[in-house]
Design a protein around this ligand. Sequence first.
Ligand SMILES: CNC(=O)[C@@H]1CCCN1C(=O)c1ccc(Cl)c(COc2cccc3c(C(F)(F)F)cc(C)nc23)c1Cl
Length: 248
Amino acid sequence: SLYPHSLRNIDELCASIVRSHRETSQYRVEELQALRWKLFSREEIQAYQSKSVDEMWQHCAIRLTEAVQYVVEFAKHIPGFRMLSQNDQIALLKTGSMEVVLVRMSRFFNTENNTVFFDGKFAGTEVFKSLACGDLITAVFDFAHGMCALKLTEQQIALFSALVLINADRPCLEDKGRVQRVQRSVEFGLTHILHRDNQESLMHKLYQRVAVLRSLCSLHMEKLRWFSQRYPLTAHSLFPPLYKELFA
Ligand SMILES: CNC(=O)[C@@H]1CCCN1C(=O)c1ccc(Cl)c(COc2cccc3c(C(F)(F)F)cc(C)nc23)c1Cl
């Protein structure tokens, strides 16, 4: 059948994905609304900019790893994900978790002053200068802008995140057919809520965003490789183990 045995209908499927998104979203959008105008002072920005490249990368890697762990929790509650083999679950997370981190990051983005929530306040691109990868940060900010322009609801973000993760075209899947069945049920769920919200036109825009995500994440992996070659000690000793497991 189209649905995993535990679910009787499409509403239950959507409800469980939305619940899982809410419980693993690290910060609620309402919480961050209150912090919107909490910006870094000149001194604080100077402090970030005077960090060394590997210090700043390590600082970000810790946050990215934390965010990836929340995405792993989210994935585990997507109906059908846990029915996949361990290897297929890891294969989907290895390639999809950073994409979901990016989709989620756009929820913490303030398009009015082009800042993103980072380390407890809202930061502009200048805060990340010492990373020495302006193109990556610009791409992250541009992607967040593009996502914000779609004005997705939390439910739409939840289903879209699940769809980004459950992708049967990922490389080296053991049982592509099973992943396809889970992917089809999630696609069905997304179509269902877009229809309910009377926003079917969003579907093709969301698939365009998926294409942008793919290219953005290959840029990330390239940067990650550059960084771990340039600073092997930091990359291999200081990056939290999960990060190495997923991205090494
Ligand atoms: C609320 N905050 C958040 O949601 C984000 C996601 C997880 C934690 N977090 C931040 O604090 C954060 C917010 C904005 C930015 Cl621009 C950053 C810095 O982002 C990165 C710096 C270095 C490498 C990054 C790479 C690379 F290349 F490793 F794959 C990939 C991504 C996507 N982001 C990188 C960070 Cl770490």
